[in-house]
Design a protein around this ligand. Structure first.
Ligand code: XIL
Length: 428
């Protein structure tokens, strides 16, 4: 309990420091890393989750794109480069260059990788599209085995099978060449994936499975329940969550996530985009994920609106020039508020630090108005104290002092030699 509340304390203080808005010469006891609460990835990580994006390999040479990618996200999904047509363009000739580029970019920066996807009726190579029967079944299993083996140890979760259920009221499987090889093709794919990469989480991934009352949702649910009952190796369910006017977000989404989780699988939001990018809807999605312990993380399907496969719907968190949209602010705030208690801590830790400070002070860039802040930490088993020293610069243009204390709720504790006042910043 204490550590959670102390984390909350740190976030408030760091956020204020980041805004360059505290009185001069103050010091605070707070906890948590300096980057907490300032980017999607760091904020999600504080909640034990990841925040990812789909990445198109050819955009990695676009510095505006990679600047946002590297700053904000800590998980990556290849938008197209791991699909069957990309990785096995000719039968038994595998091509991993584009996918490896994305994987290397991500992993060298500490981002995890979701694999998407091993078996799908769509984006098959031409040679596979024209196959059927046992030859196709064997080719599919070989593909799963080869690709999962190639990326073994580098992909944390695979969408083993994508979009195998039908839309509409049937609740049954979608017709496809793979489905026509026999109803057991999905479990066969999962078994092959497990054998090839025992360390990866194996997910079933689909769209229009967000509404708990829909037949398709129930069809997938029944399959997962059956798989768990029979020991078919499945670890997670991916919800693409492409929300639009025809398939909107619904308030029973949280029920859907928690119901699947109750089957004993993780749930992940794998391809989130929302037509019009309503801040409220984005916020609701984040809150729903945070409310379900087994919701591991959220991936948005692209960075800027112009990167979206549905660009005209402007469904993402950054606009075409890379600026944060209101939906971004809503997502970040939801990640930061999350399950953090709103009551401030009442007592500082009583157990004395046993270790000398281990982290050197870090100096974030000056905030607006020229403020600077340094953070140093003193850690011991079970907790730590961070000291934040903020020196205010000249007031930012258009600012006026605010005499009220910082917002209520999570706040710094044990402040000394300062005044808890802040300076308002002009709206950006
Ligand atoms: C989309 C990509 O974003 C496009 O670039 C591509 O042309 C088609 O596929 N469901 C999925 C994703 O599982 O792989 C799809 O990605 C979007 C719908």
């Amino acid at each position: 309990m204490r550590s959670t509340r102390w984390k909350a304390a740190s976030r408030a203080a760091i956020a204020l420091a980041g805004a360059g808005a505290l009185a001069a010469g103050m010091a605070l006891f707070v906890t948590a890393p300096a980057s907490a609460g300032t980017t999607l990835g760091a904020s999600a990580a504080e909640k034990g989750r990841y925040f990812g994006t789909a990445v198109a390999g050819f955009k990695l040479s676009d510095s505006a794109y990679t600047t946002i990618l590297n700053r904000e996200f800590n998980s990556v999904t290849a938008e197209n480069e791991m699909k069957m047509n990309a990785t096995e363009p000719q039968q038994n000739q595998f091509s991993y260059g584009a996918a490896d580029q994305i994987v290397n970019h991500a992993r060298s920066r500490g981002m995890s990788v979701r694999g998407h996807t091993l078996a799908w009726h769509s984006q098959q190579p031409g040679w596979m599209e024209s196959m059927s029967g046992s030859a196709l079944r064997q080719a599919m299993l070989n593909h799963v085995t080869q690709v999962a083996t190639h990326f073994r140890g580098r992909v944390v979760a695979w969408d083993v099978v994508n979009e195998a259920f039908a839309d509409g009221s049937s609740g049954g499987r979608r017709d496809s060449n793979l489905q026509r090889t026999g109803n057991d093709w999905i479990e066969a794919a999962f078994r092959a994936a497990r054998a090839a990469d025992p360390g990866a989480k194996l997910c079933y991934n689909d769209y229009n499975t967000d509404n708990w009352t829909h037949a398709k949702t129930q069809g997938v649910y029944n399959m997962v329940r059956d798989f768990k009952a029979r020991g078919v190796p499945i670890d997670c369910v991916g919800f693409q969550s492409h929300f639009n006017n025809d398939s909107p977000y619904v308030s029973n989404y949280r029920t859907t996530l928690s119901s699947f989780a109750a089957l004993g699988v993780d749930v992940q939001i794998t391809e989130l985009d929302i037509q019009g990018a309503s801040a409220n809807t984005y916020r609701s999605v984040v809150e729903d994920c945070l409310a379900v312990a087994r919701c591991n993380g959220i991936t948005v399907w692209g960075i800027r609106d112009s990167d979206s496969w549905r660009a005209s719907q402007t469904p993402l968190l950054f606009n075409n020039n890379g600026s944060k949209k209101p939906a971004y602010d809503a997502v970040l705030a939801a990640l930061n508020n999350g399950t953090t208690p709103t009551d401030p801590p009442t007592d500082p830790p009583t157990d004395p630090p046993t270790d000398p400070p281990t982290d050197p002070p870090t100096t974030p860039p000056p905030g607006r108005g020229g403020s600077t802040a340094t953070v140093s930490t003193n850690q011991w088993p079970g907790g730590f104290v961070a000291t934040v020293r903020v020196t205010a610069g000249p007031p930012a243009l258009g600012c006026s002092p605010v005499s009220t204390p910082p917002p209520t709720g999570p706040s710094a504790t044990k402040p000394w030699s300062h005044t808890l006042a802040r300076t308002a910043l002009p709206a950006t």
